[in-house]
Design a protein around this ligand. Structure first.
Ligand code: MOS
Length: 696
């Protein structure tokens, strides 16, 4: 595959949607103008497991301004109840605390809230189990990870190799529950219109993929896809939590069906998000490494225990990174799930790779210390020629170049490898390194339409999403290069199921997948209409399959360098410097790319030091359910942070030569912080977050 030449691509074009956003005219889900809106407030279960025996809605119904009340006893029946998360209000069962069991729709949000609070619910409680333990009695292996990958792999003889190894590491690493907290909480407006006899439903949603929402939700309501239109031109972040519809979307549509054609607005408030829209599973990861005296891995075992909800399986692919990251002749990976009475976990930025590489890259640092080898050199010695699992050549593995470039820039050569060797007053100083990786994928089923207008302008349409990542701008740059025109003459349209099919903005695959469709459509357009198209000339094309998909191992790589200062009396950790060097193929937009990378690194810093959702197992819910108690890195935490990337074009990943960069920034970042904390203090913290108490 020969990537198209770059003229607009690579430039740090400012966001084309920026002026609309800063002037407040870019509509987010809740802000779309609709006629005579109503407002929904949900009723949530206050037990973690059991049944709803009765719901007394008389006080709610008596309130002035209440339009309708829904309960588990009278809600509309869904046509498809196969999804355990989305099947709400269909029976009296309660599967987790916070589950949606009812709703009030009213003339104002305040009335809806007051009425919902007045609904009296009687339960029959059953014992619940919300606690993940490595020895949980009901652990099981999921059938598949990501639909195609086995839960377990076993190559060679790991036990024999570990027994014979000159140097070994055998440690357990744990990561807590973490919650996605995009700036814009989830929100929907649902409109159920039956004026023409056949229902036509519109959902304004805050989502990472309008077509995915339609595909999932239409069958639940017995609708043909064409009867449900989903609209999301602007989205205020998602981090994966908006990668699929959740139960709140179902509730909004259900309520709209009962509201006599009036639109129903449902803004999920931040506290509700902690039970309703997914979260990162906690993990318990045992890693065993065996190596010879020179640090060459002879055995690598990565065993993961994590949770899923008893009501629907979500299996995070945490140990997948250990199948491809380093060379090791004997290798074992496994995943076990505990089905608990908790909300359904879901994607959170780099699901799998992020917690997996925290454990794996701290373990590599431990091995480096055990062997007395520099941690960069250790990684260089374990660099695999080809992808270990498939044997395929890499489309572009430049990990060593990332490590060497970063080392040079960061001043790694001056580092004294001995822990606790640098001090400045009360502060212990240290530096750490960790590698990053993330798969370069493109999703199937993407279609783009190109229309030539009379005045030299092109309209480019695809139902893609921009969660604030820069899609509006990057796709315009791709379209301009594909059409051989200037970005100023391209009118991009995205975020609507009335536009051609597009995959979800997830797995860092968005720009690759949508861009491939746009390039294919531009090629077809020029073939059909030549260099001088007439006004109205139009082409619609589906992206072809990538002929290199099965021939090359396509992954991005990176290296994180972190400096920490730890107060020797209080254990307070500051992070004065973070540098990330990435190999991500060609940059489409240098500005938005850098934002994604430093955003990911910031989230990794946050993961290392702050983020933790605390579940109260007596009641089964997360008690840290707001930004006052769920701590994230704020401006004062983020000092000198920089991301750079190698000058590179991937000849195999897609026709733009890029590899996607939304998630790799967070992968390995927390490990680099933990490794720096070890270097500063001599204390190895294997349990995130690294709060001061763990250093005292
Ligand atoms: Mo990303 S967590 O795959 O939206």
């Amino acid at each position: 595959m020969k990537p198209i030449p770059a003229k607009s691509m690579g430039a740090p074009l400012t966001r084309l949607d920026g002026p609309a956003k800063v002037t407040g005219t870019a509509p987010y889900a809740f802000e779309h103008q609709v006629q005579r809106p109503t407002y929904l407030h949900p009723v949530q279960a206050t037990i973690a497991h059991g049944r709803v025996v009765a719901m007394d809605t008389s006080a709610a119904a008596a309130l002035d301004g209440v339009v309708t009340v829904l309960t588990v006893f009278d809600a509309p029946k869904l046509a498809d109840t196969s999804d355990g998360e989305l099947r709400i209000l269909q029976d009296d069962r309660v599967h987790f605390r916070g589950q949606l069991i009812g709703a009030v729709v009213a003339e104002s949000a305040e009335i809806a809230r007051e009425a919902a609070d007045s609904v009296r619910v009687d339960y029959r409680t059953e014992p619940h189990d919300t606690e993940l333990r490595a020895d949980h009695p009901r652990l099981y292996a999921p059938e598949k990870l990501l639909e195609t990958e086995p839960a377990d792999t076993d190559e060679g003889d790991v036990d024999a190799a570990l027994a014979a190894a000159a140097v070994t590491v055998d440690q357990t690493y744990t990561t807590p529950i973490e919650h996605n907290n995009p700036m814009e909480p989830h929100a929907s407006i649902a409109v159920w219109d039956e004026t023409s006899g056949r229902p036509r439903v519109t959902l304004y949603d805050s989502t990472q993929g309008v077509h995915a929402v339609r595909k999932t939700l239409a069958p639940l309501f017995g609708l043909e896809p064409g009867q449900l239109r989903v609209i999301a031109p602007h989205v205020g972040g998602g981090f994966g939590s908006k990668g699929a519809p959740h139960a709140h979307n179902v509730l909004a549509i259900m309520a709209a069906r009962r509201s006599g054609g009036r639109p129903v607005k449902f803004a999920v408030i931040r506290q509700q998000m902690f039970a309703l829209v997914g979260y990162r599973t906690p993990t318990i990861q045992r890693i065993r490494l065996g190596a010879d005296r020179d640090g060459r891995l002879t055995a690598l075992s990565h065993e993961v225990v994590e949770l899923t909800s008893a009501v629907k399986e979500f299996a995070e692919q945490t140990a997948l990174v250990s199948r491809m990251m380093y060379a090791a002749p004997n290798r074992r990976t496994s995943h076990r799930l505990a089905p608990l009475d908790v909300p359904v976990p879901f994607w959170m930025r780099a699901p799998g790779e992020c917690p997996g590489m925290f454990a794996a890259e701290v373990a590599m640092d431990e091995l480096a210390a055990a062997c007395g080898i520099d941690p960069i050199e250790l990684r260089v010695r374990n660099e695999p020629e080809s992808e270990p699992a498939s044997g395929n050549p890499w489309s572009g593995r430049h990990l060593i170049e990332c490590l060497r470039t970063g080392a040079e820039r960061f001043g790694w050569a001056e580092r004294d490898p001995a822990p606790r060797s640098r001090r400045q007053g009360d502060w212990l100083l240290g530096t750490g390194v960790a590698a990053a990786t993330y798969p370069a994928s493109s999703m199937p089923g993407n279609v783009a339409r190109i229309v030539y207008c009379s005045d030299g302008r092109y309209t480019v349409q695809i139902g893609a999403a921009d969660l604030g990542t820069g899609t509006w701008t990057a796709l315009t740059q791709i379209a301009a290069d594909a059409l051989g025109c200037d970005t100023a003459t391209v009118d991009l349209q995205i975020g609507d199921t009335d536009l051609p099919a597009a995959s979800v903005a997830g797995g860092s695959s968005g720009i690759s997948s949508w861009g491939t469709a746009i390039v294919a459509a531009a090629r077809a357009f020029r073939e059909q209409h030549g260099e001088k198209p007439s006004a109205g000339a139009e082409t619609i094309t589906e992206a072809p399959e990538n002929p290199d998909a099965d021939k090359f191992a396509m992954h991005s790589f990176g290296a994180h360098f972190v400096e920490v200062a730890v107060d020797r009396d209080t254990g307070e950790i500051r992070v004065p410097r973070m540098l990330g060097v990435f190999s991500i193929g060609r940059a489409i937009n240098a500005r938005t790319l850098r934002s994604q990378l430093i955003g990911g690194m910031t989230m990794g810093l946050s993961m290392a030091l702050h983020e933790e959702s605390v579940r109260d197992h007596r009641f089964g819910h997360v008690v840290t359910q707001d930004l006052a108690t769920y701590h994230i890195s704020a401006h004062a935490d983020v000092r000198d942070i920089e991301a750079i990337w190698l000058d590179e074009v991937d000849e195999h990943a897609n026709p733009m030569g890029s590899r996607g960069a939304g998630e790799i920034g967070i992968v390995g970042a927390a490990a680099a912080v933990a490794n720096a904390v070890y270097h500063a203090t001599g204390m190895r913290v294997r349990d995130l977050p690294i709060t001061p108490d763990k250093l005292l």
